[in-house]
Design a protein around this ligand. Structure first.
Ligand code: SAM
Ligand code: 2KA
Ligand code: SF4
Ligand code: MG
Length: 210
């Protein structure tokens, strides 16, 4: 199978329980909850997305013909010492494309393979780290994983039901939009009221990292 990739780059994971970890980011093109076009945002299921995932025009973007070719380029971005090699598959919605063949190829290059998903598509077997970020108004099929990261505030999110899902970590992350500091305060209030949940900040934005 071929893969449509928006961009790939080396940075630090900015969010969640792996924040601060050196990581290759593999951003797939396309999402099932928004076209990515601004004129469609108001009618989308997911309306707060902070990411351009349209097309294949970013750094190291393009259509990769097979899993081995994509994994080889990711490995070149990481460098030669693969002892702690870590790749975050994101998007867009990575589970539209990430399959067992690509997970195997990435692991053969020495990567631990993480995914950032909206949870509407069940994850393939073999992943090393699963982050599910539910979107209000969508049906979450993937109810297990390593971390559940809820962007807040999101009216209509059933966070009490989520607390019964099978995750190691529950994170509450302020929505980055024009309300800015009010959303940060809302997330702080949430974490203060519900000790199961920890605050997750998008540290890469504050630090000027990609
Ligand atoms: C761009 S999404 C791509 C992966 C997948 N489609 C998903 O939604 O999880 C990566 C992460 O950024 C989060 N995110 C997107 N827009 C955001 C925003 N405006 N503020 C805070 N987090 C946001 C998502 O919830 C998700 O956890
Ligand atoms: N540094 C950095 N950390 C991130 N964590 C999740 C991201 C994403 O867009 O999925 C992201 C991103 O785009 N950059
Ligand atoms: S599901 Fe993820 S990639 Fe898709 S629009 Fe929402 S935040 Fe963006
Ligand atoms: Mg991002």
């Amino acid at each position: 199978m071929s893969y449509a990739v928006k961009e790939m780059f080396l940075t630090l994971q900015g969010e969640g329980r792996q924040a601060g970890r050196r990581a290759v980011f593999l951003r797939f093109a396309g999402c099932n909850l928004w076209t990515g076009r601004e004129q469609d945002r108001a009618d989308a299921v997911c309306r707060f997305c902070d990411t351009d995932f349209v097309g294949m025009d970013g750094t190291d973007g393009g259509r990769y013909p097979d899993a081995a070719a994509l994994a080889a380029r990711a490995a070149a971005l990481w460098g030669d010492d693969r002892a702690m090699a870590y790749i975050v598959c994101t998007g867009g919605e990575p589970l539209l494309q990430l399959d067992r063949a690509l997970i195997d190829a990435l692991q053969n290059e020495g990567f631990a393979v993480a995914v950032e998903t909206n949870g509407t598509i069940a994850a393939p077997a073999g992943l090393d780290w699963i982050c599910v970020s539910p979107k209000a108004g969508s049906d979450v099929l993937q109810r297990s994983g390593n971390e559940l990261k809820l962007v807040w505030p999101q009216p209509g999110s059933d966070f009490e039901a989520m607390e019964g899902w099978d995750f190691e970590h529950f994170l509450i992350q302020p929505m980055d939009d024009e309300r800015g500091a009010a959303n940060v305060q809302a997330a702080i209030d949430f974490a203060m009221q519900r000790p199961l949940w920890r605050l997750s900040l998008q540290t890469h934005k504050a630090l000027g990292l990609r």
